[in-house]
Design a protein around this ligand. Structure first.
Ligand SMILES: Cc1ncc(COP(=O)(O)O)c(C=O)c1O
Length: 433
């Protein structure tokens, strides 16, 4: 029973392991974009295990690839042995990355991928100074928390890197929000220059950035933003690391990687989440000299193991064969247009933003831009009650995040939109009684 499971969860798991919903949900089974909960109800899933069930649930092609590994009886070898799927996947990801002469290192999570990226950059530059964006999220290790610019997700000030934060794409609460795209970008570029000149010794290792901030509430900078930022980084030899953990694999619709909207090739990219369609896989891609610049041995016991890499190979095949990037653009545009229409009708909606299948609705106290996390919590309950799962985020926990599997259909998008319309209308009117 869910209640019993919740009590057991609370008794034995950390209090800070946040659960969604007043009555937390156990997801028991799924098919396509629909899941069945421990409460016996069926839900349309527009959060996909935090953008990770990229193809949806119960995908036969992924299952067949995993079954084939299980049938051979070896799910694990460690990186001390050759792993055929790992090599093949690295070849493909290196090619897809657009980074010239790229090499790939596999991990089991996005956090580790970012750790590895920081290792490459700090080694190459012989500097532990790092730039990150305000409102960023990069994971939960010491270094990843150290470059996470949201107080609520960064539990410790201890950090192996010295980080300076610069302005990024969270425009809704920026002092420069009313500027044009070009002026906004110019203001952020000037801020970057100021921060380098006033808070660092100049020999900074890298700037790490999510092209669209995920946990930060799908904050989207103007196209070309990171290209402009990179022209300053280049003056100092500072590397650009693109954290594609949420934005990779075509989710933004227009591009395969989020950073491509900015006309720039990063020095390093990190990925995780969707690539294994739920099997634990992350990694870092970098130019050969950066990747090979580590002067000590390393292994990853689990990173890129046979099971995860077989699942990822099948996931990538499916993604490319079905051109899911095009689907993300088509269905994502429909979703975002519908949400923008809603936003003009409902006073509790302060901002609607996103790209492709990353859509955010920022909730505010009507008539103001004051964040309203209670409204977001109510909207989560209302959407669930009507059979839709969405996510929550933003610096103040007041942003709904809508990120279905990339296989979502137009009719499912319409179904989700109708539920969001009713739910947000319920939140916008004062509670009964
Ligand atoms: C942009 C980004 N980077 C890194 C991470 C950390 O990934 P993981 O939870 O797999 O360690 C996340 C997780 O949400 C993320 O959104």
């Amino acid at each position: 029973m869910t209640d019993d499971l919740l009590a057991r969860h609370r008794a034995v798991l950390p209090s800070w392991l946040t659960l969604y919903y007043d009555q937390p949900l156990e997801i028991v089974s799924g098919s396509g974009r629909r899941v069945t909960g421990g409460d016996g109800r069926e839900y349309l899933d527009f959060f996909a295990g935090i953008l990770t069930n990229m193809l949806g649930y119960g995908v036969p092609e992924v299952r067949a690839a995993v079954d084939e590994v299980l049938d051979r009886g070896v799910v694990h070898t460690s990186t001390l042995y050759l792993i055929r799927d790992q090599v093949e996947l690295a070849e493909r990801i290196a090619r897809l990355s657009g980074i010239p002469d790229a090499k790939v290192f596999f991990t089991s999570s996005g956090t580790e991928a970012n750790e590895a990226a920081l290792l490459l950059a700090t080694q190459a530059r012989r500097s532990t100074q790092v730039l990150a964006l305000r409102n960023s999220y990069h994971g939960r290790s010491f270094a990843a928390m150290g470059i996470t610019g949201i107080r609520g997700w960064s539990a410790s000030a201890l950090s192996p890197v010295q980080v300076s934060y610069v302005h990024g794409g969270y425009r809704y609460r920026s002092p420069w929000r009313d500027l044009s795209d070009a002026e906004y970008t110019a203001a952020c570029v000037q801020d970057l220059r100021d921060v380098i000149e006033t808070t660092t010794a100049g020999d900074v290792a890298c700037l790490i950035a999510e092209p669209i901030q995920g946990v930060g509430g799908f904050a989207v900078p103007p196209d070309g933003f990171f290209g402009a930022m990179k022209s300053v980084l280049d003056e100092y030899g500072i590397l650009l690391v693109s954290d594609e953990v949420q934005t990779g694999w075509g989710r933004t619709g227009e591009h395969f990687w989020g950073i491509e909207a900015h006309g720039v090739t990063p020095d390093v990219m990190t990925f995780a989440k969707g690539v294994g369609n739920g099997f634990a896989l992350g990694g870092v891609v970098a130019r050969r000299e950066l990747m090979d610049g580590i002067g000590a041995n390393s292994i990853s016991t689990f990173g890129g193991n046979p099971l995860a890499t077989a699942a990822a190979r099948a996931t990538l095949d499916y993604l490319l064969d079905h051109d899911l990037q095009a689907n993300a653009l088509k269905v994502g545009t429909r979703l975002l247009t519908g949400l923008r229409d809603l936003g003009t009708e409902l006073p509790a909606v302060g901002d609607v933003r996103g790209k492709g299948l990353m859509a955010a609705v920022e909730l505010v106290v009507p008539g103001s831009d004051r964040p309203d996390p209670a409204a977001a919590a109510r909207a989560m309950e209302e959407t669930r009650r009507r059979g839709l799962l969405v996510g929550k985020g933003g610096r103040y926990g007041n942003v709904l995040r809508i990120a279905p599997p990339l296989t979502v259909t137009e009719s499912e998008a319409d179904e989700g939109l109708a539920i969001l319309r009713d739910s947000l209308a319920a939140v916008s009117s004062p509670p009964a009684g």
